[in-house]
Write a protein of this length. Structure first.
Length: 353
């Protein structure tokens, strides 16, 4: 394959441009393709755990988004802070954080709005945080109901919502989208409008990512156990009820919580998607039947009056507790052995991304 796709291809006029790239990178692309096909066929045969893997797709050098991965022989971080990459040279970098170890590879991405990002694969040390406990030494727990009216609500009724500027930016995005669709195909104005839209998209997505990172970091730092509903279906069901701007973010929210919980030694419990968390009274356990979304508060015959989202969050937390008990018996949560002596410095550290 390498002979056909690299060595021989370079000699043809259509593929002569391949000579502009570093050789080992082309070899890596062939190896990546091999791995992708292997994963695809294993997945077809059922020999691969997890989600179904699709067939590899072609990429084009004319795509708006471009990525290139350098192995250690293709790049070096210079003492000056510049990044030297093969065939290109030393490139100035605005570092978002220090590298904790020597990187084993770097991926340079060019986005649709013409920005370049370098992302390094590094070995990270132990980042376990001291246990999050309250004044009685009990684990701090959080049950979150992902809502329609707010991003999420916890068991105390506290609302986590995305900031106003994000919603404003999303409206602006819609406006630019409309402006683009009115422009003549192939016209200069259309090209300009597309560029504007790409820039606005990038801005909204950056802002959302930044907000999600901040929200998940503080949740993971402040709580020992975090309980969420399985999003896969509840998200879908909600989409049918009310198309929520949060739908796309919830997946990222959960992924970030998973990553950070694992990294900092917290427990994330995902409970069964079929539990009727918004229909059950969190005081007496009575299941009261489906409630339309417009019902924000409801009384239970036991005397309790419930805020819909807060009640759901309380049920989610209770289900998460039950799940933990089943999984590991009472009170055998693995203690990660982190000592408290670093609490001050670690807690005040800037949120890691
Ligand atoms: Zn009740």
């Amino acid at each position: 394959m390498q002979k056909r796709l690299i060595t021989d291809a370079k000699k043809t006029p259509e593929r002569a441009w391949l000579a502009n790239a570093q050789h080992s990178m082309l070899q890596q692309a062939v190896r990546d393709c091999d791995q992708a096909y292997k994963n695809f066929f294993d997945s077809l045969k059922g020999a691969r755990a997890g989600r179904k893997v699709g067939a590899p797709r072609f990429k084009s050098r004319k795509d708006n988004r471009q990525a290139i991965r350098f192995q250690p022989d293709g790049f070096r971080v210079l003492d000056t802070g510049k990044l030297r990459v093969s065939k290109i040279g030393a490139v100035p970098v605005a570092w978002s954080r220090d590298l904790p170890s020597a990187p084993s590879s770097v991926t340079v991405v060019k986005t649709a709005d013409d920005r370049y990002f370098a992302s390094f694969v590094v070995e990270a040390g132990d980042e376990t945080l001291p246990d999050a406990v309250d004044e009685h030494g009990q684990d701090v727990e959080l049950g979150l109901d992902l809502g329609v009216s707010a991003f999420a609500v916890d068991q105390h009724g506290r609302v986590i919502d995305d900031p106003r500027f994000l919603r404003r930016a999303e409206r602006e995005l819609k406006r630019l989208q409309r402006a683009l669709s009115r422009k003549q195909r192939g016209s200069n104005n259309r090209r300009k409008a597309r560029k504007k839209l790409a820039r606005a998209h990038a801005k909204v997505s950056d802002t959302r990512q930044d907000w999600l990172h901040q929200a998940t970091t503080s949740i993971v730092r402040e709580n020992q156990t975090i309980v969420l509903e399985d999003l896969a279906v509840s998200g879908l069901a909600r989409t049918r009820l009310a198309k929520s701007v949060h739908d796309a973010s919830w997946g990222t929210f959960r992924r970030l919580l998973e990553e950070k919980a694992a990294r900092y030694g917290r427990e994330l419990v995902i409970i069964d998607r079929w539990l009727p968390t918004s229909q059950t009274c969190s005081d007496c356990g009575r299941v009261d039947g489906t409630k339309p979304l417009s019902v924000r508060t409801w009384p239970c015959p036991c005397g309790a009056t419930h805020d819909r989202d807060r009640n759901a969050a309380r049920n989610i937390l209770a289900a998460g507790r039950a799940e933990r008990q089943n999984a590991c018996g009472p009170d055998v949560r693995p203690h990660t052995g982190a000592d408290g002596d670093e609490a001050g410095t670690q807690r005040s550290a800037a949120p890691a991304q």
